[in-house]
Design a protein around this ligand. Structure first.
Ligand SMILES: [Zn+2]
Length: 434
């Protein structure tokens, strides 16, 4: 890590205020570009004018709650309790333009991550300011804001909602074997396929989610629903794992000195040696870090890695489904929508599986891989059902929001074709031995 030779004249409070100002500027720039939804924009406009949160915030909060809990109907008590919980953390909100719902969730996840990192030798070298932003990718970003005390982590303002709805859609694909409040779901793929053929609604909900995010701009534009209790409990495990992974991945960039490394020096040499863009190698490292932290945080809650590892791969399936949806709506076919900041999701999955030494136990590893295979098969079954509909939507003139397609780099796609044809870790998970 390079030594910071700037004179340390700023007080911690001044450093913090400067870091927050950077976040607020980013959020206002996105606001001025019209990237926030109508409800969010009203809330930000109010905050800009110094008004207290009012109906705009409340409406938006209800919409998030509706999607989280599967209904638009709430008792007054449920809303009151939830608002009270949010108010506790809302006091810590760093940016005036922040959505309290997502901020509160990020802080909760950060607490779980910090607990895991307390025992670790590697911790973020600076403190972190958290925020959400319409980034235009199902993702987050860790940013060096040229501040000696703080890094900035921003998460796309749709990614947490997307993880929640994706977990519900995938968990709903398993036939429920017991109506008691316990997790007993069939994991026999033939049975799952029959179930999905007989219940096309499950695939249509996933399609609804993808279109809400890609066309309307926010996952919560999809129709809310509440799966039965055993399915919901299964979904919650995957939702939590995905959310922890997304945030831990960004912690990884802050912890592994990715942000203050001299870009042109050693990392570029490393990257060229492997034939991959240097930034991608950092992404693989952050994925590895994020996986270990997310799985450890879930294990601390009593969930075994043989169950939760599939949650990490599930978020990559989510990225990949978004990539495919954008591609079909934009181009009328599935083309790899490769961006230069992050490697394609299928490559990240393959690399992660190749380098993950997370199990240290053959039996657990076999169980984890079996579940991963089932999730992979489920996603493909859904895709077969969704693809013709997306094609029809494309020919009817439906297109992704501009922010999803601005990052397409055909020349990068061409360069990487041979690597993707033969990725590390044996390639397509459908040929992975059980
Ligand atoms: Zn990253």
């Amino acid at each position: 890590m390079p030594v910071d030779d700037t004179p340390q004249t700023k007080s911690p409070d001044a450093s913090r205020a400067e870091a927050v100002a950077v976040l607020e500027t980013l959020q206002l720039e996105a606001f001025d570009r019209g990237e926030f939804s109508e409800g969010e924009a009203r809330r930000i406009q109010d905050a800009r004018e110094g008004k207290a949160p009012d109906q705009a915030f409340f409406d938006q909060f209800l919409q998030h709650m509706g999607n989280a809990f599967g209904t638009a109907e709430f008792t007054a008590q449920v809303v009151k309790d939830a608002l009270q919980n949010i108010n506790v953390t809302a006091k810590e909100i760093e940016s005036r333009f922040e959505d309290p719902t997502w901020f509160s969730l990020m802080k909760f996840l950060a607490t779980r991550i910090d607990t895991i990192l307390e025992d670790a030798t590697k911790k973020p070298s600076r403190k972190i300011i958290f925020g959400t932003l319409p980034t235009g990718q199902v993702n987050g970003a860790a940013i060096d804001i040229n501040n000696k005390d703080y890094y900035l982590i921003v998460i796309d303002n749709g990614v947490m909602g997307f993880a929640n709805m994706l977990a519900k859609a995938i968990a709903s694909s398993f036939p429920v074997l017991s109506d008691k409040d316990e997790i007993r779901l069939s994991s026999e793929i033939g049975e799952i396929k029959r179930y999905l053929d007989e219940n096309p609604k499950v695939s249509m909900r996933l399609l609804d989610l993808l279109c809400a995010y890609v066309i309307v701009g926010h996952p919560h534009a999809s129709e809310p629903y509440l799966p039965p209790p055993p399915t919901m409990r299964f979904a919650e495990i995957y939702r939590d794992t995905m959310e922890l992974f997304v945030l831990s991945h960004e912690y990884g960039h802050c912890t592994l000195d990715h942000l203050c490394q001299s870009e042109k020096a050693e990392s570029e040499a490393d990257g060229q040696e492997a034939g991959l863009p240097p930034r991608w190698l950092k992404e693989f490292e952050a994925d590895d870090f994020g996986t270990q932290v997310a799985l450890a945080a879930m294990a601390a809650q009593g969930f075994d890695m043989s169950l939760t590892y599939a949650g990490v791969e599930m978020i990559f399936h989510g990225f990949e489904l978004i990539e495919r949806t954008v591609s079909v709506l934009q181009l009328g076919e599935v083309r790899r929508n490769i961006v230069d900041s992050h490697p394609p999701a299928e490559l990240r999955r393959a690399v992660l599986r190749d380098r993950t030494s997370f199990m240290q136990n053959a039996e657990r590893e076999a169980a984890a891989k079996q579940l991963v295979q089932i999730v992979n098969d489920i996603v493909e079954i859904h895709w077969q059902k969704m693809y013709p509909i997306l094609l029809k939507m494309h020919s009817d003139g439906m297109r992704p929001r501009p922010r999803w397609v601005e990052t397409y780099h055909p020349e990068v796609a061409k360069l990487l074709e041979p690597i993707l044809a033969n990725p590390p870790g044996g390639g397509d998970s459908s040929v992975m031995p059980a």
